[in-house]
Design a protein around this ligand. Structure first.
Ligand SMILES: Cc1cc2nc3c(=O)[nH]c(=O)nc-3n(C[C@H](O)[C@H](O)[C@H](O)COP(=O)(O)O)c2cc1C
Length: 213
């Protein structure tokens, strides 16, 4: 058993520490953020920090790295107040990863990676045609996190697009059927396997299966 203390973390080589700390929060959601600048340039970038904030109103949060260097997605979101979130599925996870490369502002990651821009009616930001689940997001709040200079973006869900088959009778969305991947650390992609759905936990009854799938 190895015990690693904070002082050792601070001494770690930069890349090693990034790999190490990025793995510790557990498996993460895998999304592509689609934006369009005010002058029309499309941008696509992978993020693993999208989290659920609340269902009424339907809110998601997302951490954006410090805007000290140019951050195209972040700037476009501030400029236009909207973006798309596109779930990454196994057939295109390598292309999705490639969007993290530092392309110039004039370069579209759609063109660079071969992913397909999907226009959405009455919506400025491009979505990803290959994504099995797509969300339209409206900016609610851009919160500074003073401790490390990152930003916490809070956004409201404006629309959702997916195959009807992925949506269960009770509202559950079957990410496994949609081949959605998850991310471990900074660079490992996995396909999770369901262990089943459980019933709402109650103090007077043992845990039971809602479905074995
Ligand atoms: C697996 C993975 C997850 C990432 N997650 C985030 C994230 O949650 N927030 C973020 O700001 N950048 C994240 N990045 C880095 C961005 O994808 C990268 O900085 C990208 O170049 C930003 O592009 P832009 O300048 O066009 O917005 C991640 C990169 C990888 C490979």
């Amino acid at each position: 058993m190895k015990r690693i203390l904070r002082a050792e973390i601070d001494e770690m080589e930069k890349r090693f520490r990034a790999n190490f700390i990025n793995a510790l929060s557990g498996y993460k959601s895998a999304n592509l953020v689609g934006t369009r600048s005010a002058d029309g340039q499309a941008n696509l970038s992978i993020v693993s920090s999208v989290i659920h904030l609340g269902s009424n109103p339907p809110l998601l949060g997302m951490v954006m790295r410090p805007p000290s260097v140019t951050r195209h997605s972040y700037e476009n979101i501030l400029e236009t107040k909207e973006f798309s979130l596109n779930h990454i599925a196994s057939p295109f996870f390598q292309q999705a990863h490639q969007t993290s490369a530092r392309y110039d502002r004039e370069e579209s990651e759609f063109e660079a990676t071969g992913l397909t821009e999907r226009a959405v009616e009455n919506w400025r930001a491009p979505a990803v045609d290959e994504a099995p689940i797509r969300l339209g997001m409206r900016l609610v709040e851009d919160m500074p996190i003073p401790h490390n200079g990152t930003r916490f973006i809070i956004a409201e869900i404006a629309w959702v697009e997916m195959e009807e088959d992925f949506l269960s009778q009770d509202g559950f969305v079957d990410l496994e059927a949609a081949n959605v991947v998850t991310i471990s650390g900074l660079d490992r992609y996995l396909k999770p396997t369901s262990l089943g759905r459980l019933n709402y936990a109650k103090t007077d009854a043992p845990t039971s299966f809602l479905s074995k799938k």
